[in-house]
Every structure is written in C-alpha cells, then in structure tokens.
Design a protein around this ligand. Structure first.
Ligand code: PLP
Length: 399
C-alpha cells in the first residue's frame, strides 16, 4: 500500500472550530428561541465595494467578447495589478518592483506553500499564541518548530529569542492578539534575522487596519528588511475578498537563501519557479476587481469599510473597559484579545458567554499554550449585532 506523509499524523485535529461549532449547535438545539451572536468569526460580513463589483462586471463582459477574452494569465499576476500594488508601495515611500510581487489566491495558500522553497532542515520560529497555519504547515513538512512566548508580560509583543532560528513567522497586526509591532520592535526582529541569516515570513494580512502613521504597515519600512523578509498581504480583510480570493506576496530580488555547499540563490527566482510550476494564476475577473481597490473610488470605499469594522472594535473595547475586563488589541487591528475574568479558563469563559448571554467568541487556548485564560473577539460582525452583543456582555453578572 502507498505510504503516506507520516508528518500528517503529527498535526493536531482542527479541534478548535469544530469544538466551538459542536457546543454552539448543542446550545442552539436546546434553546431554539435564543438569538446567538457570533463575535468569534474571522470572516468579513460587508459586501464587496461597488468599485470592485463594477470592475468585475466589466471584466465578465470582456470575457464574453472574442476580441477581449482571456485564457491563462501570467502565473505571477497581470501587470495592471502588480503595477498598481507597486505604485501603492511607492506612495508610501517603499520601493517594490512589480516583478517582486506575486499575485495569488490567498495569503493562507502562500504562507503554506512558501515552505516548498526552503529546506526541511530549517528551524522554524513562531510566537505563541499563533495563527495555526504557521505551525501546521511546518509540522506537515517535518520541520522543527521553536516557540517564543507572547504574553501579558511582553504585552503580546515578544522580542527575538537568544537561540538561533532560520524561518521566523511574524504577524502584525496580530491574529489572535490584536497587538501591533512598533518600528523599534520590528527592527529588533529584522536585526535578529540579519544576524542569524534567517528569513522572516511577515504576515501583513491586516496591515490596512493600521491607522497610526507611527506603526509600520510593511516590514520594508525597516532598513535591511529586503535582505531578510518576505511579506504576505491579502485583499481578504482589506476589501472583503475572503470568498473572492486574491492576495499577494512580495519576495525582494536581493533576498537570498543558502545552498548546502554554501552558495547563495535569490528566493525570488525560486518562488517564481515554484509558482510557474504549481500555480496557474488568479482569474482575470478577480484581479480586475482587486485592481479597482487602488482607484480613488476604491480607496475611499476600503477606508469606509475598515472604518466600519474599527467602529465595531471601538464599541467592543468600550464595553470591555466598562466591565473592567483587561484586553489587548482593538486599535489598529480588528481583533480584541481579552483576559478571561475571575480566573476562568478560555473554555469556561466560552461556555459562560454562550450560556448566559448567547454570545460566541474564540477560546484563546486554541491558538497555543499562552492563549489559555484569554479569549478572542472580532470586529467583523454587523454593527447591530456588535452593539447587542456588547450590551449583553456589559449586563453579565458575576464576571
Ligand atoms: N494570515 C492571517 C493572520 C489570517 O488571519 C488570515 C485569515 O484569517 C490569513 C492569513 C489568510 O488570508 P487569506 O484569506 O488571504 O487566505
């Protein structure tokens, strides 16, 4: 019989979300009259911006005409989108050339697939709590993973460790903790990576939520980062593309990896090779929609959309402050990471919220050891549901 990749047996079952849905379903079945509000979701709820819809509709018409029909597109993405992304970086004084940008169907795919170009002998570093994709994809590949504690003592913004690592996953604004790295903190990591000849895999899926100009939205705002970092961005949370699927990854041309005999190879070339072999590009219609985000109308709509979600975040953080609950995030990030009151565990607090006020969140324990005793709320629900959920949480007795 065919042998399997044994490392798949080492990956934990996706216990977190299945357990949440099991408990919520059981509660709903026993209490059919209760309205359950979900503040645990990491998915957006607002529809796509009008400019995106219009661009996609026009692209559909192009596909109907033999003169403008498109078949396979470039695996790396169409120039019109890569150029628009490059121009956006330029407007922020960051020089990223179009051929350093790879358009894809999602940051999750790219974050998972990037491992293809790296040796399984590399030591991986992740912060704990963590977006589980970094851990699971590396367990599947058989790499050794080391953890850096992200906790209340370091305000969920850990510094680099005193041991060596080769591949470092950083996420800012962070999922699940909502913490955002300052320039100084990110510089510490860039310096660490340069010193260790390591690569930072910088997950900037939530960069558009940063409104404070003092905080870095891109790792390339830090000197030296082009020599040590790959950046992952996504239109999912920026512009409501979670179901539409479009993202991009930046691999600077001056970023090298090492060969066993001690030579150097540009990672841009390797990633290009990987993508042209295993990926056939994002649909033209979708890329046309994504490009519309960079028009004046698109930019305004995206700002409004993010403003709406951050308005929800402000409502949540105000309610938590009023209830005397300690929390992190919710500013420059759509996640609110709260300390479970009265010493409750993550799951105890989950049950309390579900049973007493019928609000669903995400137990922090599901994101790693350091998540125990914490709980994640998100700003992605509707305004109406966010307000109602916060009223209910504020009315919780004995918390
Ligand atoms: N990175 C982080 C930190 C996320 O939270 C998510 C989605 O929830 C992703 C990446 C995946 O983004 P995409 O929808 O582009 O695959």
């Amino acid at each position: 019989m065919t042998l399997i990749n044994e490392h798949y047996t080492e990956v934990n079952d996706t216990y977190l979300f299945s357990e949440i849905s099991k408990r919520v379903s059981a509660f709903a079945a026993a209490n059919p009259d209760k309205k359950i509000i979900r503040l645990g979701i990491g998915d957006v709820t607002l529809p796509l911006p009008t400019s995106v819809i219009k661009a996609m509709q026009a692209a559909v018409e192009e596909m109907a005409d033999p003169a403008t029909f498109k078949g396979y597109g470039p695996e790396q993405g169409y120039d019109f989108l890569r150029d628009a992304i490059s121009a956006d970086y330029k407007s922020r004084d960051i020089k990223i050339e179009s051929n350093e940008i790879f358009v894809s169907d999602g940051a999750k795919s790219d974050i998972g697939n990037i491992g293809d170009i790296f040796s399984t002998d590399n030591i991986v570093l992740v912060t704990d709590p963590v977006y589980p994709v970094y851990v699971d994809t590396n367990i599947m590949a058989g790499r050794t993973i080391r953890y850096v504690g992200s906790n209340a003592k370091n305000s969920f913004l850990p510094s680099p460790p005193d041991f060596h690592a080769d591949m470092i996953y950083l996420c800012s604004p962070n999922n699940p903790t909502g913490s955002v790295m300052s320039r100084e903190q990110l510089k510490e990591w860039v310096d660490y990576a340069l010193k260790n000849e390591a690569v930072i895999l910088f997950d900037a899926a939530y960069e558009a939520y940063i409104s404070d100009p003092e905080l870095p939205r891109s790792i390339y705002e830090i000197e030296g980062a082009k020599k040590c970092a790959i950046e992952f961005c996504s239109f999912s949370k920026t512009a409501g593309f979670t179901g539409t699927r479009c993202a991009y990854t930046i691999v600077p041309k001056i970023l090298n990896g090492r060969t066993k005999p001690g030579g150097h190879l540009p990672l841009n070339r390797l990633w290009n090779r990987r993508q042209t072999t295993k990926f056939n590009g994002v649909p033209y219609l979708i890329q046309k929609g994504a490009a519309a985000i960079y028009t004046e109308e698109g930019k305004r709509e995206v700002r409004d959309m993010i403003g709406y979600y951050m308005g929800n975040a402000a409502i949540i953080t105000k309610a938590l402050s009023k209830a005397g609950i300690t929390f992190y995030g919710g500013v420059n990030a759509p996640y609110i990471w709260l300390k479970c009151p009265s010493g409750l565990s993550s799951w105890q607090f989950f049950d309390k919220l579900l049973n007493e006020v019928n609000v669903v969140g995400t137990p922090g324990a599901g994101f790693g050891k350091n998540g125990e005793g914490y709980f994640r709320l998100t700003a992605f629900a509707s305004r109406e549901n966010t307000v109602e959920a916060c009223d209910r949480i504020s009315g919780l007795i004995n918390i």
